[in-house]
Design a protein around this ligand. Structure first.
Ligand code: GLN
Length: 253
């Protein structure tokens, strides 16, 4: 009887070993794929031409630049869409490896994240309704109702205006929609997205005097080793004309 029990035990052990080996072999095949490290990019895909949806895919200058950087450095790019004001927290908590969202370099943000070298210089502009005469210049903003995207530099600039009323929206298109409905007198937002919004919303226009100059860069966790790698790739992509090519693809004039 004892013999039979031990034989059964031996057989059981042998079977489980074979099964164990088989499953080891199976997962071995996927290991090589898993070795390509993924980098998560946090963005807000409502900011044409920098990031927006086209045929259910996030496209634009930032995703293409990020892809070019990841290709150069040997990473797999994964894009995570979120509210703009969630991006820096995603980066500081490690949920995302970097943030790229037409993001302006500011001293305030530098306290929380590191920035790469800049890849674009741009301006903040004012969008108004063509027929409305309330806001004719930046000075008129002082007493106006102004729409901005929450947590952006546009939000920061107008928040300094003591008498203005500020309406904060989750996305640029939401702010522009409020303008077309007469709920706000003006929207302060980045120049290129403003052009895209005005094109889509008849009866709106951009005031000719720009509001403020800014630099865009990619943000990363403080002291991230990736920052130097990104800067190296960025430098090469500027030099070989890739950045110019991508900009020209999305910015026509
Ligand atoms: N450039 C602005 C900022 O960094 C707006 C960016 C955005 O809305 N995606 O605050």
């Amino acid at each position: 009887m004892k013999k039979i029990v031990s034989l059964v035990l031996v057989a059981l052990i042998a079977v489980s070993c074979v099964m164990g080996l088989a499953s080891c072999g199976g997962s071995g095949n996927t290991d090589s794929k898993a070795e390509v490290k993924e980098l998560h990019m946090a963005t807000n895909a409502a900011f044409e031409p920098y990031e927006f949806y086209k045929d259910k895919k996030i496209v634009g200058i930032d995703p293409e630049m990020a892809q070019a950087i990841c290709d150069k450095l040997g990473y797999k790019l994964v894009i995570d869409d979120m509210d703009f004001d969630a991006i820096i927290t995603a980066v500081t908590t490690g949920k995302a490896d970097f943030g790229m969202a037409g993001m302006t370099v500011t001293d305030e943000r530098k306290k929380k994240v590191d920035f790469t070298d800049s890849y674009t210089t741009t301006t903040q502009v004012i969008i108004v309704n063509e027929k409305d005469n309330k806001v004719k210049s930046a000075d008129d903003l002082e007493t106006a109702t102004i729409g901005v995207q929450r947590g952006t530099t546009g939000d920061v600039y107008v928040s300094d205006l003591e008498k203005a009323k500020i309406e904060r929206f989750n996305t640029g298109p939401d702010a522009v929609l409020a303008l077309t409905k007469g709920k706000v007198d003006a929207v302060v937002i980045d120049g290129q997205p403003a052009k895209a919004f005005v094109k889509k919303n008849k009866g709106t226009k951009i005031l000719s005097d720009p509001f403020a100059e800014e630099d865009y860069a990619i943000c990363l966790a403080k002291d991230s080793e990736l920052t130097a790698e990104f800067n190296k790739a960025l430098k090469e992509l500027k030099k070989d004309g890739t950045l110019d090519k991508i900009n020209a693809k999305y910015i026509k004039e």
